[in-house]
Design a protein. Structure first.
Length: 306
């Protein structure tokens, strides 16, 4: 049966560990795996602009012996004259996998249901699961085992990164703390899904309105931009609502002394995080950005082997 990666809980705890273990081995031996030799082609579709996703998938597919076919929906029939399921049925005759960075999660679900090749969510409005694999790989590199670690996310709780941290963090057995204003809370159904996973893995989920409470004693501190693509008109209101959730040196000082800071980038310096933190000794964001490559390569290898 074809496996897809549309949201973080598409992997069990054991499968998540397997993919992260594989990512570590691939990082240590970058050109040692060639499942796409031939070369086979992977379609990488973009509805949104991208730097890290475009580069990491294109380079990763090439590293695995394949050819990345970069498709912009602005120059294709997808989303216009052709449905995601029909597009998938065309592509599956010619490509080994489909990667899609899009808006609505429903399109990814439809595409996956209509194809026999793996479909990977490279970002949607609801989830950013490939980024979480990179984040978890980075945390493992700096902290060892994931289970039992406390990770605090500060800012917009309705953000796709928060939804993925809830699911992926719970799957890893982590204690995930989300600090956000009440009007920026994560979706109740995703919190419920994460709670159910945490019961099985020994993790926990807590939602806070007080950022100081969430970050106290945390092993990992995370934030994301307050103004995602498509929300630029709301910037002034968002800054006003989220200003007390900024990650600065004083906020980091409340976490454990050896806590690390992550941000998926791009960062709006001076808003959700200060340059002092981004460029400080606790920041591991450049490791995190590099690990998109290794984590996604591992994911593709694992999916292709199922």
């Amino acid at each position: 049966m074809t496996r897809h990666f549309l949201r973080d809980d598409d992997l069990t705890q054991a499968e998540q560990t397997t993919v992260l273990d594989l990512a570590e081995r691939i990082k240590a031996d970058r050109w040692g795996r060639k499942p796409l030799a031939g070369p086979q082609t992977v379609a990488v579709i973009f509805d949104k602009s991208s730097t890290r996703t475009r580069v990491s998938f294109a380079v990763g597919i090439a590293d695995l012996g394949g050819v990345p076919l970069i498709i912009s929906t602005a120059n294709s029939q997808l989303g216009g004259k052709e449905s995601p399921s029909d597009t998938a049925r065309v592509l599956e005759r010619q490509v080994a996998a489909i990667v899609w960075r899009t808006y609505g999660q429903a399109g990814l679900v439809e595409m996956a249901a209509g194809t026999v090749v793996p479909v990977i969510n490279a970002l949607s409005d609801e989830f950013h699961p490939c980024q979480l694999l990179a984040d978890l790989l980075t945390i493992r590199e700096h902290k060892g085992a994931l289970a039992g670690l406390a990770v605090a996310f500060l800012g917009d709780g309705a953000d796709n990164m928060v939804h993925s941290y809830l699911l992926a963090g719970a799957t890893a057995g982590m204690h995930v703390r989300i600090a956000c204003p009440p009007d920026y809370s994560p979706a109740d159904r995703i919190v419920a899904d994460a709670d159910a996973i945490a019961v099985q893995t020994g993790g926990s989920i807590t939602i806070h309105t007080d950022p100081l409470e969430a970050v106290a004693g945390a092993d990992v501190v995370v934030t994301d931009t307050w103004v995602s693509m498509g929300k630029e008109e709301d910037k002034a209101a968002r800054v006003a609502s989220l200003s007390s959730y900024k990650v600065d040196a004083a906020m980091m000082a409340l976490a454990k002394p050896d806590a690390i800071f992550l941000h998926c980038l791009p960062a709006d310096r001076g808003y959700e995080v200060t340059s002092e933190v981004i460029d400080g000794q606790q920041s591991v964001i450049w490791d995190e950005a590099e690990n998109r490559l290794h984590a996604q390569k591992a994911l593709m290898v694992w999916l292709l082997e199922q």
